[in-house]
Design a protein around this ligand. Structure first.
Ligand SMILES: [Zn+2]
Length: 276
């Protein structure tokens, strides 16, 4: 059984450095290993290596959205994303848009204000906008799954990269069987095991696999930042809400993960509900 208090202590002492992700252009905290996974797009960053051509294109097309997010202009970022989404058939770009819309949906939802008087119409608008953004996110992830099929980019690393985002899209859509198939395809292609380890840990958490503690433990030991979020999710799925909340708060002190803030609110609501 993983010891949440031990990992919370590790997080409290942790001061990761922050870099710009070569895949999405967002700022991300990284571990002190030779590689790390982005807090925003969850793609692998190999320190000191430049991104291949097709990923540079995706980053360039996402750059206006990334800079609006950094400037804290969420509504303008949504408008810009709408332009990029139109007619887009590039799986890398669609994946980034899916991740963006998921986060934007959560921010809209989090912005509702129960201090409002009357019928709280402003909140109804926030919730409606949030749902619209969620369906945009789903649309993007479904497109990624459809586009990354048999016809691949033609070189092993690029193919593995595409299969990884296909796998992550299945996970975001909570389609476990499709995620398992994508993971099997990824295993065939990812000969250097650069992406399978992370993908399998995510899969284990989401499906409650028997070896979840073991695979997650391996990632936590090397301080992979996103693994602290997945540990919290693993704990929350086992109804260990107090431990999950503790970890998510400590994680929030050192890194910005939209999925982690969303989970923290759900965990807190579940805790409040159990106190009623
Ligand atoms: Zn990224």
């Amino acid at each position: 059984m993983l010891n949440a208090a031990k990992y919370a202590k590790m997080l409290a002492k942790y001061a990761p450095q922050s870099i710009v992700c070569p895949h999405c252009g967002m700022q991300t905290a990284i571990s002190n290993n030779s590689y790390s996974f982005c807090n925003f797009c969850e793609q692998r960053i190999d320190l000191g290596k430049s991104a291949p051509e097709h990923e540079r294109r995706a980053r360039a097309s996402f750059a206006p959205i990334a800079s609006l997010l950094k400037a804290n202009k969420p509504d303008e970022a949504v408008a810009e994303a709408g332009k990029l989404l139109k007619g887009n058939t590039d799986p890398e770009q669609l994946y980034l848009l899916g991740v963006f819309y998921s986060g934007a949906s959560w921010s809209k939802y989090a912005n509702r204000d129960y201090g409002l008087h009357g019928f709280m119409e402003a909140n109804a608008v926030s919730v409606r906008n949030s749902l619209e953004l969620t369906s945009k996110a789903k649309e993007c992830f479904y497109k990624v799954i459809k586009l990354v099929g048999g016809a691949q980019a033609g070189n092993a690393a690029a193919d593995a990269q595409l299969l990884f985002i296909k796998f992550m899209s299945c996970v975001r859509l909570r389609r476990k069987t499709d995620a398992m198939r994508a993971l099997e395809e990824l295993k065939q292609m990812d000969r250097q095991n650069a992406l399978v380890g992370y993908a399998y840990a995510v899969y284990a958490v989401e499906t409650g696999a028997r070896d979840t503690d073991k695979v997650l433990g391996g990632m936590l030991e090397i301080n992979e930042i996103n693994s602290f979020y997945y540990l919290a999710r693993h704990l929350a799925l086992q109804k260990r809400m107090g431990e999950a909340a503790l970890l998510l708060r400590k994680l929030g002190d050192i890194a910005t993960l939209s999925q982690a803030s969303e989970l923290l609110e759900k965990v807190c609501s579940a805790q409040e509900a159990s106190e009623l």
